[in-house]
Design a protein around this ligand. Structure first.
Ligand code: C5P
Length: 401
């Protein structure tokens, strides 16, 4: 997968530096040429020899000392790189990078680079929550740096919370996405909706559903890795932001409706993987509702059907994809939705089957095409399902031309 790719791996001085050895080993194992830059403090935690043994390349840490094969380390290690990864990234490196400071080999290499840069923060829970650190992350995201968020867990200093370096698997996935060459979806804008909308009852309660958002996030990640510009309109989820996509957070069906309508004019493909609440409370109570009688009634009113509205006024050249999570009569319901909403493709799954639908990491879906064709896919990882759906979308677009 990474055969022949030049990856510069920056290791900074946090205890998670030891985990970077595993990352370096996995990258080298997949065929990448891995060149490690260690900061002075990283050297306090791990010895360069560890990385040299794992990558087969000399570790660089001094701006003024060239290692064999490099004339000017900061220029070579940025210029030749297909990707720069900093793992772990301390609060210090994020602060320096956000403010353009270049006072050692890693910072000068980062500032001299033109390739994508992936930052994997890891630090004490309170340091990560610190306003200055969070502001730097926002700033760096705006500058175009990519992030793999730290995980929630126990960090080395004993505190519990967000700050632990993301797992090697998550970092490898982000690297793979960033390194995939712009593919068949280059030049296309894709709007993906994800998650289950929340319809407020009062200031503390809401009506929602079991959607985890995993399918929509996998679609966003897959489309982005194939070169598309991806706008991810998402109801609240517990998922990390897929690298490279533009996030548009929403809560209610009506907010999702206005966000989708805002981006629809520039969209080529709309994929509605969100589980949108069909009804909302007619009136949201201004104060928390107290328990009084034995029964209570909520008056619900219909939400706009976003996809049906898009289908009714479908522009030429736009591909509309809907989802149908069903518990019975899958085929009948799927066909009705496909034609009723004027869709090009409908992805249907029976959510009562283990391994399909809500919360699960896999899915078992059937693709219903506007022409009547049906394709049943076996149980697959949601990212693999996402690529199959995108393959189908691209086939539909070719046939409709
Ligand atoms: O009709 P049903 O809700 O089952 O259709 C599901 C499809 O329609 C999904 O793609 C979902 O995102 C979309 N939908 C929508 N707006 C709604 C309800 C569903 O866009 N209010």
């Amino acid at each position: 997968m990474l055969e022949g790719r030049f990856i510069t791996l920056g290791v900074t001085g946090g205890i998670a530096a030891y985990k970077a050895a595993d990352l370096a080993s996995k990258l080298a194992g997949q065929g990448a040429a891995v060149h490690v830059i260690m900061t002075r403090s990283a050297g306090e935690f791990v010895r360069p020899l560890t990385f040299e043994a794992l990558t087969g390349n000399t570790v660089n840490s001094d701006l003024f000392v060239s290692s064999p094969g490099l004339k000017m380390p900061h220029i070579d290690l940025s210029g030749q790189a297909d990707l720069l990864v900093v793992a772990p990234a301390t609060a210090n490196i994020l602060g320096k990078l956000a403010h353009g400071i270049a006072d050692d080999l890693l910072t000068t290499t980062l500032l001299a680079s033109t390739c994508p840069v992936l930052l994997c923060p890891a630090m004490n829970v309170h340091m990560y929550a610190n306003k200055a650190v969070q502001e730097n992350i926002v700033k760096l995201t705006e500058f175009g740096y990519h992030f793999v968020e730290p995980e929630v867990g126990r960090v080395a200093c004993g505190h519990f919370g967000r700050g632990r370096l993301a797992g090697t698997g998550a970092i490898m996935r982000a690297i793979t996405v960033l390194l995939q060459s712009p593919g068949d979806m280059k030049g296309l804008t894709v709007v993906v909706t994800a998650g289950g909308t929340r319809e407020p009852i009062d200031p503390v309660r809401y009506i929602s559903n079991h959607s985890s958002g995993k399918m929509g996030y996998a679609l966003a990640e897959a489309a982005s890795s194939r070169g598309a510009r991806v706008i991810l309109v998402s109801a609240p989820t517990a998922l990390p932001q897929p690298p490279g996509v533009e996030p548009v957070p929403v809560e209610t069906a009506r907010e999702m409706h206005s966000a989708v309508m805002r981006y629809y004019p520039g969209a080529d493909i709309v994929i509605k993987a969100a589980a949108v609440a069909d009804y909302r409370c007619e009136r949201q109570a201004a104060d928390k509702i107290k328990k009084t009688g034995e029964k209570m009634t909520l008056e619900l009113v219909r939400n706009p059907d976003i996809l049906a509205e898009l289908g009714a006024g479908k522009r030429e050249g736009v591909t509309l994809v809907g989802f149908a999570a069903e518990t019975s009569q899958l085929e009948k319901n799927a066909r009705e939705k496909l034609s009723g909403k004027n869709l090009d493709l409908l992805v249907a799954n029976d959510v009562t089957v283990p391994g399909a639908g809500f919360g699960s990491d896999t899915n078992i879906v059937k693709l219903f095409f506007a022409g009547g064709r049906v394709e049943a896919l076996p149980e697959m990882d949601k990212l693999a399902v996402a690529h199959k759906i995108l393959d189908a979308v691209m086939t539909v677009r070719k046939t409709n031309k």
